[in-house]
Design a protein around this ligand. Structure first.
Ligand SMILES: *Cc1c(COP(=O)(O)O)cnc(C)c1O
Length: 377
């Protein structure tokens, strides 16, 4: 059975199903295990085994993963959290949800990621955590400054929403010792429909997040079934991953080798096709190690190129308009020249597993024409 539609170049991103997901969901619907369940815990075990880590804690979304991880790292009111402005707004909202405030950092223009130097420049006495964003799937190595961050009691909470499956050296992202957050939203490298995962650094962090995700109630269903009450041990939210969503993730994980291979090879196809085009700079995701999430370029007159491609029904996108320029985050605005320049030039080409090589050729040919006509007008 194939359940995948063929969105082609008219979609910028799209989930890719392998065909077993629907049956897996049907089994959960028949079993009644809709909420947090054995299936959720099996998904946690399989993700931990896949990454090569002792534990993984499933939550409802990538945003919930970031919020929970920051709380588990002790972040709260009065604290600052260093975060690149160049990220999805979810990263910033998760920081604000703890009561802390964002301290926006600039990026390396070649990778759209923070560097250790940019992180160190953004620290203040109030900094409680740093949230590097693994942009496009690219792993970030902060090991050169890890000792100093540790000495100052600053936690590193990785936003690896783009980077499930990516590696640094031989280790997968999540297995490098950081507190790591994944998103399994609809268009991420692996999808649960909606979902997220935290890779804790310690058993205490894991316990904290497991309590938090179930409204602060730690007793199991079985324990609760035999008493007339239940116990609330602390602050909590409705952040668990449903069995329905976990079943989708388990089915996707079975095929991740294919996902990894396909995404990497699509990215390389784009790279080779784009190479002869003048006026295009490819954002480097380190595709030999990453499982690429985006294929992004930088072009002059971006808005005209964008409009021209959209008028040809080629679904280009912009990841992302800088957060420090958003009205909601204006209180924390400061000059970030590399981010602002990137924000005006970045363009995400259609990138998902339904694409064929022919689709990519069409996108690149249209891009060449769009750049020409944007220059002429
Ligand atoms: C998707 C995403 C998130 C949030 O994940 P959700 O599962 O959508 O809540 C956070 N950060 C980045 C960079 C993302 O792309």
């Amino acid at each position: 059975m194939t359940v995948s539609s063929k969105p082609g170049i008219a979609r910028n991103a799209s989930p890719y199903l392998y065909g077993q997901e629907a049956a897996a969901v049907a089994r959960i619907l028949a079993s009644g295990q809709y909420g947090h369940s054995d299936v959720t815990e099996e998904f946690e075990r399989q993700i931990a085994a896949f990454l090569g880590v002792p534990d993984a804690v499933a939550v409802a979304s990538g945003t919930a993963a970031l919020h929970s991880a920051l709380l588990a790292a002790g972040v709260g009111p009065g604290h600052e959290v260093v975060v690149p402005s160049m990220t999805f707004c979810a990263t910033v909202q998760a920081i604000l949800a703890t009561g802390a405030t964002p301290r926006f950092a600039d990026i390396d223009p070649a990778t759209l990621c923070v560097s250790d130097q940019l992180v160190m420049e953004a620290l203040s006495p109030a900094t409680a955590a740093v949230v590097p964003v693994l942009f496009g799937g690219r792993a970030i190595d902060l090991s050169a400054v890890q000792g100093e961050l540790d000495a100052r009691g600053i936690a590193v909470v990785e936003d690896a929403a783009h980077a499930f499956g990516s590696r640094t050296g031989t280790r997968r992202v999540g297995a490098t010792g950081a507190l790591t957050c994944f998103s399994f939203g609809p268009i991420k490298n692996l999808t649960c429909g909606q979902g997220g995962m935290v890779i804790p650094r310690t058993p205490q962090e894991a316990d904290t997040i497991r309590r938090l995700r179930l409204l602060g109630v730690t007793q199991s269903q079985n324990e609760r079934a035999n008493t007339t009450t239940y116990r609330v041990d602390g602050f909590g939210l409705r952040y668990q991953l449903s069995g329905i969503n976990a079943a989708i993730g388990l089915a996707q994980l079975d095929h991740f080798t294919t996902t990894e291979h396909t995404r990497r090879s699509l990215w390389h196809t784009y790279r080779d096709a784009l190479a002869p085009l003048d006026g295009v700079r490819l954002v480097d995701v380190d595709a030999d190690h990453a499982v690429p999430h985006l294929c992004q370029i930088r072009v002059a007159r971006r808005d005209r190129v964008f409009a021209e491609l959209r008028s040809r029904n080629i679904a280009v996108g912009v990841h992302y308009p800088p957060n420090h320029l958003q009205p909601a985050f204006a209180a924390w605005r400061r000059p970030l020249p590399a981010t602002e320049q990137a924000g005006a030039q970045i363009l995400s080409l259609p990138f998902h597993q339904h694409l064929t090589e022919k689709d990519i050729d069409r996108v690149v040919a249209a891009l060449g024409q769009a750049i020409k006509s944007a220059g002429d007008t």
